[in-house]
Design a protein around this ligand. Structure first.
Ligand SMILES: NC(=O)c1ccc[n+]([C@@H]2O[C@H](COP(=O)([O-])OP(=O)(O)OC[C@H]3O[C@@H](n4cnc5c(N)ncnc54)[C@H](O)[C@@H]3O)[C@@H](O)[C@H]2O)c1
Length: 260
C-alpha cells in the first residue's frame, strides 16, 4: 500500500495540506491528484459524473490513497463555491487546481452562440469562480495559498475548429496574471500551466484520428505525446513551497511544440 513519501513531503511542504482539483477524476487533474497525494496532501477531486467519481473512490480504496471525490459541475457557480468551501472545511493549508475543461471541435462559421457559451461557462467562468472562491478562503484565513489554473498552447496560438476554446484559454492566462497582481498581498500565488503538443488523455485522443496523432508526434521536437504526469509534475511544483516566489506566470508544458 503506497503511503506519503516522507522525503518528498518534507521537500515540497505539501504534507498535511488539502489540494482541491476540479476535473480531477481523470487526465491531468487525476495525475496531479496522485502526485500531490504521494507528497502527503489530502486530495479532494471534483468532477461531473457519478461514474467517474465512483471510479475515483474505488481506486482510492483499493490503493489506500487519501483521495475523495465530490460531484461538481464547474459551470454552476454555487456548486463550485460549495465544493471549495467543503474542501477547505478541515482547516488545513489549501491549494487549488482548476483542471476541468472541454474542447468540442466546431467549424467557426457554423458555431452557434450556444456552442460558444457552453465552452465559456466551463473553461473560463468555471475557472474564474473556482479561483476567486479559493482566493477568498485563503485571504480570510490569512495564511495564503497556491492556485493553479490550466490553459493551453492554443490559448497563445489559436486553433482551427477551437475558436471558442482558444478564447477561453487566452482568457485564463490573462485572468491568472490579473488575479496574481491583486491577491499577492494576501500571500496567494496564482499561476497557469499551458499543456500543448497533444497529451495522452481523452480530451486530445477523442478529437484526433490515429493518423492525426502520428502526424502530430512526427512534428514535435521530442517525437512523443505528452503524458498527464508531464504536466502534473509542474502543477505540484507550483502548489508547493518550492515555487514560493513565483506568481502570475504562464508555463508552457508541451515538449517544445510552441516556444513563445
Ligand atoms: N490533453 C491535452 O492535450 C490538453 C492540451 C491543452 C490543454 N489541456 C487542458 O488541460 C485540462 C485537463 O485536460 P485533460 O487532458 O486532463 O482532459 P480530460 O478530458 O482527460 O479531463 C477533464 C476532466 O474535466 C471534467 N469536466 C469536464 N467538464 C466539467 C464540468 N463542467 N465540471 C466538472 N468537471 C468537468 C471531465 O469529466 C474530466 O474528468 C483542460 O482544461 C484542458 O483544456 C489539455
Amino acid at each position: 500500500m503506497p503511503s506519503p513519501d516522507p522525503a518528498r513531503q518534507a521537500f515540497t511542504g505539501l504534507g498535511g495540506a488539502t489540494i482541491a482539483i476540479t476535473g480531477g477524476a481523470r487526465g491531468i487533474g487525476w495525475s496531479a491528484a496522485l502526485l500531490a497525494e504521494k507528497a502527503g496532501a489530502h486530495i479532494v477531486v471534483g468532477d461531473l459524473s457519478d461514474d467517474s467519481l465512483e471510479n475515483v473512490e474505488q481506486r482510492a480504496r483499493a490503493d489506500g490513497l487519501n483521495i475523495r471525490g465530490v460531484k461538481v459541475d464547474v459551470s454552476v457557480d454555487e456548486q463550485v463555491r460549495s465544493f471549495l468551501r467543503d474542501a477547505a472545511a478541515d482547516g488545513r493549508p489549501l491549494g487549488v487546481v482548476c483542471s476541468a475543461g472541454i474542447a468540442p471541435d466546431v467549424d467557426v462559421l457554423e458555431m452557434t452562440p450556444e456552442q460558444w457559451q457552453v465552452v465559456q461557462d466551463v473553461n473560463l467562468r468555471g475557472t474564474f469562480v473556482a479561483a476567486q472562491e479559493a482566493a477568498r478562503i485563503m485571504r480570510d484565513r490569512g495564511t495564503g495559498g497556491a492556485i493553479v489554473t490550466i490553459s493551453s498552447a492554443v490559448g497563445t496560438t489559436g486553433s482551427p475548429n477551437l475558436t471558442h476554446y482558444a478564447a477561453t484559454k487566452g482568457g485564463v492566462i490573462t485572468m491568472t496574471r490579473s488575479m496574481a497582481r491583486e491577491v499577492g498581498k494576501y500571500g496567494v500565488r496564482v499561476n497557469c500551466v499551458s499543456p500543448g503538443g497533444g497529451l495522452n488523455t481523452p480530451l486530445y485522443l477523442n478529437r484526433a484520428t490515429p493518423e492525426q496523432v502520428a502526424a502530430r508526434v512526427a512534428g514535435l521536437p521530442m517525437r512523443r505525446l505528452g503524458e498527464p504526469e508531464d504536466c502534473a509534475n509542474f502543477i505540484v511544483f507550483l502548489l508547493s513551497d518550492l515555487s514560493s516566489w513565483i506568481t502570475g506566470q504562464n508555463f508552457n508544458i508541451n515538449g517544445g511544440s510552441i516556444m513563445p
